[in-house]
Design a protein around this ligand. Structure first.
Ligand SMILES: Nc1nc2c(ncn2[C@@H]2O[C@H](COP(=O)(O)OP(=O)(O)OP(=O)(O)O)[C@@H](O)[C@H]2O)c(=O)[nH]1
Ligand SMILES: [Mg+2]
Length: 412
């Protein structure tokens, strides 16, 4: 276990305990251990170090006393702040973005997630490389500005840009396959799980798979960013067939580079008919909701059903606070570890899907047996009759199928 000093930098409104907990969880996930906690409320950023110089000396003394060589911040530092801090402290300085990148890098185990993390790392490095470049030119001053160091950096920079382009192209190809896969789900009702990291999305998917599916389970663990890829599973809610997609969790203060690596999550969301917004009821609810809403703010959610799923209800003593979450929104309170709750969730999902259903009577000629087959397997048929030409069935139909099979309708 690598021992580190953790530094929380706050606004006046931030809740210190919450921030300490969050940074510490990420440090643990990355395989480190916080053995000293430093924090500062920063009203005005010190351009040189981000935090005040007094704080910097405090950290320096602390590190010497505790014999620690790494300090981790919960904010993103600019290239020059990183450089100045390392020079001043003579310590290894890690900021919020590189900490998360490090966790991703450790965890990435599919082609797609490896490409994404590599891309995010290079994008993070590029502007920092630039800073170094200008720093070195200043040092060199005038004569010999085209020295070997600089040439090397310029080459590095070009190599990085080239690698970024190549990775972006490879990712596009991966995305193409995803689009094809999504197309094949066009005719089925698609549900996406989304939410803060560690809220329980993968646990819900696995629980549902156990009850209503046949595919293989997805990875879930008590770690931040356990899931780094989206994956879709088919579920059979008796006569309602759906797909359920697990996505990469959100976290706040993500930089642009990292947000880009979440793109596939956002693409999945665009494609979904229903979103299950999973919230860990045992942690700060408003904060999670705010982070999620910010992440999806550019996506048009107009025509999607949204169900708020308050999870881990078994962990809270007083569920009053959660139930105060008053909005004009569909919501459900569950524990993903409880099968009965998952059944309730399934019922709720089916109820929402069927809200748009209309009761119809259809006449299907005997020659269109495939249509009858489709309807019989996908709907609860309320009544069946026959005449000389075909079958007359009564059932509640989705609006999509209503458009598709409208010509068979006898009465609504
Ligand atoms: N007590 C309790 N623990 C839960 C519940 N649901 C999930 N967990 C635990 O919470 C941890 C995180 O669950 P995951 O399903 O991996 O969370 P996730 O949302 O997929 O997280 P990421 O993939 O990291 O974004 C695991 O240790 C689960 O066992 C619940 O209802 N109650
Ligand atoms: Mg997960």
């Amino acid at each position: 276990m690598q021992e580190v000093i953790q530094v929380n930098v706050l606004n006046r409104e931030d809740d210190l305990d919450n921030r300490i907990y969050k940074l510490e969880s990420l440090i643990n996930t990355a395989g480190g251990k916080s053995i000293a906690y430093v924090s500062q409320v920063v009203e005005k950023v010190n351009p040189r170090f981000f935090i005040g110089s007094g704080k910097v000396s405090e950290i320096k003394d602390l590190a010497k006393k505790l014999e620690i060589d790494t300090v981790i911040f919960d904010v993103e530092l600019s290239a020059s702040q990183l450089y100045n801090l390392e020079e001043e402290l003579k310590l290894h300085v890690v900021d919020w973005t590189s900490l998360i990148l490090d966790i991703f890098a450790q965890r990435a185990n599919t082609k797609e997630s490896r490409l994404k993390i590599k891309l995010a790392q290079l994008k993070y490095q590029l502007p920092r490389l630039n800073k170094w470049f200008s720093y070195l030119s200043r040092q060199a001053g005038g004569i010999g500005t085209r020295g070997p160091g600089e040439t090397m950096l310029e080459t590095d920079r070009r190599a990085v840009i080239r690698d970024i382009k190549s990775l972006e192209k490879q990712l596009k190809d991966v995305e193409k396959t995803k689009i094809t896969n999504r197309k094949s789900r066009d005719n089925i009702y698609n549900i996406s799980l989304l939410g803060y990291t560690n809220a329980g999305k993968s646990t819900i998917l696995n629980g549902m798979m156990h009850l209503y599916g046949k595919d293989k389970f997805v990875y879930s663990d008590d770690l931040l960013f356990a899931t780094l890829d989206t994956s879709t599973r088919r579920l059979d809610f008796s006569n309602t067939k759906v797909t359920l997609t697990d996505t990469v969790g959100f976290i706040d203060n993500l930089s642009k580079e990292l947000n880009d690596s979440f793109l596939t999550t956002l693409e999945e969301i665009k494609f979904a008919d229903m979103l299950l917004i999973v919230i860990d009821a045992s942690l700060n609810i408003d904060h999670q909701i705010k982070t999620i809403e910010k992440a999806v703010e550019d996506i048009d959610l107009e025509d999607k059903h949204i169900l708020y799923v308050f999870n881990k209800m078994d962990k809270i003593d007083d569920d009053f606070k959660v139930k105060l979450f008053k909005r004009d929104k569909d919501r459900i309170y569950i524990s993903a570890k409880d099968e009965k709750d998952l059944e309730k969730l399934k019922e709720k999902i089916v109820e929402i899907i069927k809200k748009d259903y209309k009761k119809v009577s259809m006449h299907i000629p005997f020659s269109d047996g495939d249509v009858l087959d489709y309807l019989m397997t996908n709907y609860d048929i309320l009544d069946t009759k026959y005449d000389g030409l075909g079958t007359i069935i009564q059932f509640e139909i989705s609006s999509e199928d209503m458009n598709k099979y409208g010509k068979y309708i006898e009465s609504i």
